[in-house]
Design a protein around this ligand. Structure first.
Ligand code: ATP
Ligand code: MG
Length: 582
């Protein structure tokens, strides 16, 4: 790709946690040995995230700094969180819940939600986060699939989204309401916490005991419930250290909502296991609020997503220049392809680039990453973390039942060798779908990518989104990145449409930066730039202007929806659809 490399200086490389030696000498048993566990091989995520630090004398260190939407704030130490989660675990037990029961969390980013997540794990129960902005139907479906036994939510959410159908979910025994008052049939969490004891002996779960159920984003279809076990904490600990540069005391901010896997794995578990000070902001994206928090709280490590980065780009570098980001030492991005333009922009504006990394709900933790010791090739996802074997594979043999490894530069499906600790153990009630993910000793991700001769991985697109035009294989990401280079374009989505002569033709949808208006001239100009960058065979034939692009609530562009509409096909599962202004 025609992008410059961002070289790391010798000092930057020396300061990085990950080194060539660590990569070469890595083994999972050693990574596990850095955690405490229990005497007979037991392991519990909550114990590793909280109890362990208190026992080692770090109870007074700050674990969480919380800012509410309304200007309130709270500081919680490791000892505070340990006591609060003990109270929460006692409440669950007092209401007759037992190990293995499923507790769902449904609230904005408030401390109680974090306490509920860890308190549930402490009690040996399974936690499943839901996204608070979901409507009643998506919530009901997920709680049905997950056979919820308890729910932690707020009175407002309960009345609006749960009350009407609660009785139709017989598994649901307990509804805890954050605050001091609760609707009929629910229990107010505030007074219950005050009454409960702050002592609780963390349940000695086994590494393979289920801990979390995470629903996928639903970008490609009906969301799947991925089951994760306590052993995942080994991955969370390691990936936090190596891919996010987390060390004890680091001031860290993960902007992802705990309703999704990133917000739990790297917004709760990984930071606490690594004993950092984490910032939690209840409010949604607000440019100046975010810049203010980065500056005032002297955030050192920041983990966010491409949609937010593109919004910052849209607002321009001038606003950013009014803030002091000198505390920031590492920035990472996940969830969607990070366009090269965004990496270069961040390097200029923050003085350091975003480090893209790739993983999925299914993988439970970061798999491929640009780490602090690596030079960055903007547009590349980086290289597999230690202990992770990734390959690019293509179907081979009769009926495509075999796989072969692709040569460097060849596009194929991104695959991983199963065996890392945070790999999903099942899709709930979908055994067949789960089994289909594994072929010839590989886990198939459903994403297309290629590996270059230096071992860097490049995202091409989702397997479903690949476009075949006049004998060319076209990945939407490459085309979208070229479109974003145009000063008028802030976001782009590209799909393939059937065409008699070419097989498929490329169509693009773009959202514009402020100060630009849709016009035929602009359309021609954007297509012109794409042609210059990509060549006529790959450049879009048509560019359509949209106020915004259809996205999942976790911020991913839903290309399949654009395509379905274009072809007049059913829209499929759109329970996670968020913005959709035409
Ligand atoms: P569903 O599986 O329900 O269709 P989803 O795949 O969007 O939804 P997630 O597990 O939240 O659900 O997202 C994982 C996917 O997000 C990856 O498979 C990949 O397509 C995309 N993704 C994540 N990080 C990156 C990245 N750094 N670069 C490119 N794509 C990414
Ligand atoms: Mg997926």
């Amino acid at each position: 790709m025609a992008w410059t490399t961002i070289k790391k200086t010798a000092t930057e490389k020396a300061q990085a946690t990950l080194t060539e030696e660590l990569r070469a000498g890595f083994d999972w048993a050693q990574a596990r040995a850095q955690l405490d566990g229990f005497e007979d091989g037991g392991l519990n995520i909550a114990y590793e995230a909280l109890d362990r630090h208190v026992l080692a004398g770090h109870g007074n260190e700050e674990a969480m700094l919380w800012f509410g939407k309304d200007g309130r704030s709270r500081r919680l130490t490791y000892a505070d969180l340990t006591a609060e989660t003990a109270r929460f675990a006692n409440i669950l037990r007092a209401h007759g819940l037992t190990a293995g029961d499923r507790v769902f969390g449904l609230a904005d980013r408030v401390p109680e939600l974090y306490v509920a997540a860890l308190g549930t794990l402490k009690a040996g129960m399974v936690f499943s986060p839901l996204f608070s902005a979901f409507g009643p139907e998506p919530l009901r479906t997920r709680m049905e699939i997950g056979e919820a036994n308890a729910l932690v939510t707020t009175a407002t959410i309960y009345r609006r989204k749960i009350a009407a159908w609660r009785d139709e979910l017989p598994s649901l025994k307990l509804v805890l309401i954050i605050g001091d008052d609760a609707p009929d049939g629910c229990v107010a969490l505030g007074p219950a916490m005050t009454e409960a004891s702050d002592r609780f002996e963390t349940v000695q779960t086994r590494p393979e005991d289920p801990a979390l159920i995470h629903f996928t984003s639903g970008t490609t279809g009906k969301p799947k419930g991925a089951v994760h076990v306590h052993n995942a904490v080994v991955m969370h600990a390691m990936a936090g250290r190596y891919a996010l540069e987390l060390t004890p005391g680091t001031r860290y901010w993960c902007t992802a909502d705990p309703g999704w896997v990133t917000g739990t794995s790297f917004g709760i578990i990984s930071p606490l296991v690594n004993r950092v000070r984490m910032l939690v902001d209840e409010a949604d994206f607000d440019l100046e609020r975010w810049y203010g928090l980065l500056q005032d709280e002297k955030i050192e490590v920041w983990y966010t997503a491409p949609t937010a980065i593109r919004m910052m780009m849209r607002a321009g570098a001038e606003i950013a220049s009014r803030y002091d980001f000198s505390s920031l030492r590492f920035m990472a991005s996940v969830g969607e392809p990070l366009n090269p333009e965004a990496v270069i922009w961040s390097h200029e504006v923050f003085g350091r680039p975003f480090h893209d990394n790739w993983w999925q709900t299914e993988t439970g933790g970061i798999m491929i990453a640009n780490t602090a010791d690596m030079d960055i090739h903007p547009g590349s996802m980086g290289k597999p973390l230690p202990g992770i074997e990734a390959g690019i594979v293509a179907r081979d043999g009769e009926d495509g039942a075999e796989l072969r490894l692709c040569a460097p530069g060849e596009i194929g499906e991104l695959a991983l060798r199963p065996g890392w600790p945070s790999m999903m153990r099942a899709y709930l009630h979908e055994e067949e779908r789960y089994r289909k993910c594994f072929v010839s000793g590989w886990y198939l991700s459903g994403d297309l990518a290629m590996r270059d001769s230096e071992g860097y991985f490049w995202f091409v697109g989702r397997a479903d989104d690949l476009i075949k035009s006049s004998g060319h294989l076209i990945g939407p990401f490459e085309v979208e990145s070229a479109l974003i280079e145009h000063p008028a374009v802030v976001e782009a989505a590209v799909i393939g449409l059937p065409d008699e002569t070419a097989g498929e033709i490329v169509k693009a949808y773009v959202a514009l930066n402020p100060g630009f208006e849709p016009s035929e001239e602009l359309e021609r100009d954007i297509r012109g730039l794409a042609r210059k960058r990509l060549g006529p065979a790959v450049a879009p034939r048509e560019v359509v202007f949209r106020t915004s692009l259809p996205k999942t609530r976790s911020g991913k562009i839903m290309r399949r929806l654009l395509k379905a509409r274009e072809l007049g096909l059913p829209e499929g599962d759109i329970s996670t659809l968020e913005s959709d202004e035409r």
